[in-house]
Design a protein around this ligand. Structure first.
Ligand code: 5GP
Ligand code: MN
Length: 340
C-alpha cells in the first residue's frame, strides 16, 4: 500500500479559470520584506491589474527604503501602519495570493487573519516544506526566486507580451537580490534566459543595481564599518563567523529600517568562512539570519535549532529567549556540531 504523506496543492493552472472574469485579489508577502518579496508582490499587482482585476497589495511591515523606488511601491499598503484598510482588502477579496513565504507565521501580524480567511488561497513560493494551507499554487525550491516563478506564471498564462517595463523592473529586482546578483548556485540558465528577455524589452538594469545597492546613507556605511570592526566574531575552528547586534547597537548611527540588510553576507567574503550568522535583538524576539557557502545546510540548521527554515544556503529563525542567552546557545551549538 502506498502511503501518501505529501501535501499536494492543485496546480497553478487550475487558478486560470478563476481569473477569466474580473476579481478582487489580495496579495501579500512576508514580514520585513526583501527585494524578492516586494518584487514578486508588485509584479503580480501590475500584471493582474492590467488583466482587469482589482488588486490590493499588502506588505505585513514597512518596505525598506532601498525598495521604495520600485514601480507602484507607493500603492502597496503597510499592514502595520494601515491595518484597517489592509483587512478590508482581505475581507472583500475573492482570491488570496501569497508570494515568497510558505507559512502564515512569516507574515507575523497577518497570520491569524490569513488562517481565518475562507477564500481560495494561492501560493507562489520557493522555500522548502510549505505548510498544507494553500488550495492552489507552485512551491518549487529549485527556483532562484519567487520573481522567477511569477515570470513563469505569466508565461504559463500565455501573457509574455503583457510584461512591460514596470513588471520587468519588479521581476528583475527579486531575481537579482535572491541570487546575490546572479552569483549563488541557484542562478540557473533559466534565470539568465529570463533576464535576457527582460533586457530585450529595454529594462535599465544598471539603474536597478544602483537603486538597491548604491543608495546607502553615509550613516549606513559607517554603521557597516562599526559592525565589522566591533561586532563580528570569527571562529576559524568552525569556519564560521557571527555578527550580533543588540537594540542599542542598532540605534547607533541613526540606523534605518533596512540598514542591517545584507550584513550577514559580509563574513562569507573571508576566505575559509563557510557559515555566517547575524543575531539581531528585536523588541519582541531575537532574529537570526544564516548564510552558507558550499554544503552546509542552513535551512536544516534553522529548522532544528531556531524554529525557522528557508533555503539550503540562506535561512532564518528566532528565539524568545534573551539576546545574551541566544548568543550563548548559538555558540554552544556551534561547538557541538562543528560546521565544516
Ligand atoms: P533572512 O535572513 O533574510 O531573514 O532570511 C533568509 C531566507 O530564509 C529567506 O528566504 C527567508 O524567507 C527565509 N527565512 C527567514 N526566516 C525564516 C523562518 O523563520 N522560517 C522560514 N521557513 N524561513 C525563514
Ligand atoms: Mn525569495
Amino acid at each position: 500500500m502506498e502511503l501518501v504523506t505529501g501535501y499536494v496543492m492543485q496546480p497553478i493552472q487550475d487558478v486560470f479559470p478563476l481569473l477569466r472574469s474580473p476579481k478582487k485579489i489580495f496579495i501579500t508577502t512576508h514580514h520585513k520584506p526583501d527585494g524578492d518579496a516586494i518584487g514578486s508582490m508588485m509584479a503580480l499587482y501590475h500584471y493582474l491589474t492590467k488583466k482587469g482585476h482589482h488588486v490590493t497589495a499588502v506588505s505585513p511591515s514597512e518596505m525598506p527604503d532601498f525598495l521604495a523606488w520600485m514601480p507602484g511601491a507607493a500603492l502597496a499598503l503597510n499592514y502595520e501602519a494601515q491595518p484597517t484598510e489592509s483587512l478590508e482588502g482581505l475581507a472583500s477579496a475573492d482570491l488570496i495570493i501569497c508570494a515568497d513565504f510558505n507559512d502564515f507565521n512569516r507574515t507575523k501580524h497577518l497570520e491569524q487573519a490569513l488562517a481565518d480567511a475562507t477564500q481560495p488561497k494561492i501560493l507562489i513560493d520557493h522555500h522548502l516544506f510549505p505548510k498544507p494551507v494553500w488550495d492552489y499554487g507552485m512551491s518549487i525550491p529549485e527556483k532562484s526566486s519567487t520573481c522567477e516563478m511569477v515570470y513563469d506564471f505569466i508565461n504559463l498564462y500565455g501573457d509574455n507580451s503583457l510584461i512591460d517595463l514596470d513588471i520587468a523592473a519588479c521581476l528583475y529586482t527579486g531575481v537579482m537580490t535572491d541570487t546575490g546578483s546572479f552569483k549563488f548556485p541557484i542562478t540557473t540558465a533559466s534565470v539568465h534566459t529570463m533576464v535576457a528577455d527582460l533586457l530585450g524589452r529595454g529594462l535599465d538594469h544598471t539603474r536597478i543595481h544602483e537603486e538597491v545597492y548604491d543608495s546607502w546613507s553615509e550613516n549606513r556605511m559607517r554603521f557597516l564599518g562599526y559592525v565589522l570592526i566591533e561586532k563580528m566574531e570569527v571562529f576559524r575552528k568552525y569556519n564560521s563567523a557571527l555578527i550580533s547586534l543588540s537594540r542599542k547597537d542598532q540605534n547607533l548611527f541613526k540606523s534605518q529600517n533596512g540598514d542591517t540588510e545584507g550584513l550577514v553576507n559580509y563574513p562569507l567574503s573571508i576566505s575559509g568562512i563557510r557559515f555566517a550568522t547575524l543575531i539581531t535583538e528585536r523588541s519582541d524576539e531575537v532574529k537570526l539570519s544564516f548564510r552558507s557557502k558550499g554544503n552546509f545546510d542552513v535551512s536544516a540548521f534553522a529548522k532544528n535549532y531556531f524554529d525557522g527554515g528557508g533555503h539550503f544556503n540562506a535561512s532564518g529563525g528566532r528565539t524568545k529567549t534573551s539576546f545574551i542567552e541566544t548568543i550563548a546557545y548559538f555558540k554552544k551549538i556551534l561547538s557541538d556540531i562543528h560546521p565544516q
